[in-house]
Design a binder for this molecule. Structure first.
Ligand SMILES: *[C@@H]1O[C@H](CO)[C@@H](O)[C@H](O)[C@H]1NC(C)=O
Ligand SMILES: *[C@@H]1O[C@H](CO)[C@@H](O)[C@H](O)[C@H]1NC(C)=O
Length: 226
């Protein structure tokens, strides 16, 4: 009896670790008409973008009601698209991208384009540190930090508002990604950073800010990404 209970437990444990190791890939395709919005989201964890193409790689996607001449070129892609999507979405639980963001240049004039993004949801630890406090990132023994994304500034009216005058929490368009957290913490087991202007610069003078970040812990040598 003992043997069977034990082996069932072991089997369950093996199944569980296998399941957490497999990260499913999500896909979003948004047709390139003016004002269309692509929405990426994770029910659990944070977004990690694998690929993003703005252009056209096949004749079928987003072809409804489009003249064939605008579908013929299937070798069209705008350089730098994946960097734009990563910068806006990596490390967030959800994000929205207006297709107009990619209207900066036209990689194939006369072709009807689309945005094709593949991403996964990484199990991540979310952390917010109000301006003037410390952000403490900590992994289990043997694991190291990988920062998925970090923003310093303010992007909502609800975070870090306690006992703050209204005029210090009004401007919610002053949050920008910061590379400092990744630079200081990636590859370490633990890491502490002060959330203040001396470390991150001041993206909006007079506004009370916060550092918002997401990170993942992994065993070095085990690559997180497939
Ligand atoms: C979208 O991108 C993925 C990954 O590159 C690719 O497998 C898929 O075929 C693409 N779909 C379209 C419609 O381009
Ligand atoms: C918010 O702060 C940013 C950055 O300093 C500034 O460009 C913008 O004009 C401010 N917005 C408002 C509504 O004050």
């Amino acid at each position: 009896m003992l043997c069977c209970t034990l082996s069932t437990t072991l089997l369950l444990a093996a199944t569980c670790s296998l399941m957490t190791a497999v990260l499913s890939t999500k896909r979003a395709i948004t047709c390139g008409s003016d004002g269309n919005v692509q929405r990426l989201s994770c029910d659990e964890g944070v977004i990690s973008v694998y690929t993003a193409l703005y252009g056209r790689a096949n004749a079928v996607a987003c072809s409804g009601g489009i003249p064939p001449a605008q579908l013929a070129n299937t070798h069209c892609s705008q350089a730098g698209t994946v960097d734009v999507v990563k910068k806006r979405c990596d490390g967030k639980e959800e994000c929205e991208l207006n297709i107009n963001v990619f209207y900066t240049s036209d990689p194939c004039f006369g072709t009807y384009k689309y945005l094709n993004t593949t991403y996964t949801c990484l199990p991540a630890i979310h952390l917010v540190a109000c301006e003037g406090s410390l952000a403490k990132l900590q992994c289990d023994q043997g694991q190291v930090i990988s920062v998925n994304g970090a923003n310093y500034g303010r992007s909502d009216h609800t975070t870090c508002i306690y006992q703050r005058p209204l005029n210090q929490v009004q401007n919610i368009s002053c949050s920008s990604p910061t590379p400092q957290v990744a630079a200081s913490c990636n590859g370490k087991n633990g890491c502490t950073l002060a959330a203040n202007n001396a470390v991150f610069g001041d993206p909006c003078v007079g506004t009370y800010k916060y550092l918002e970040l997401a990170y993942t812990c992994y065993y070095p040598g085990n690559s997180l990404l497939p």
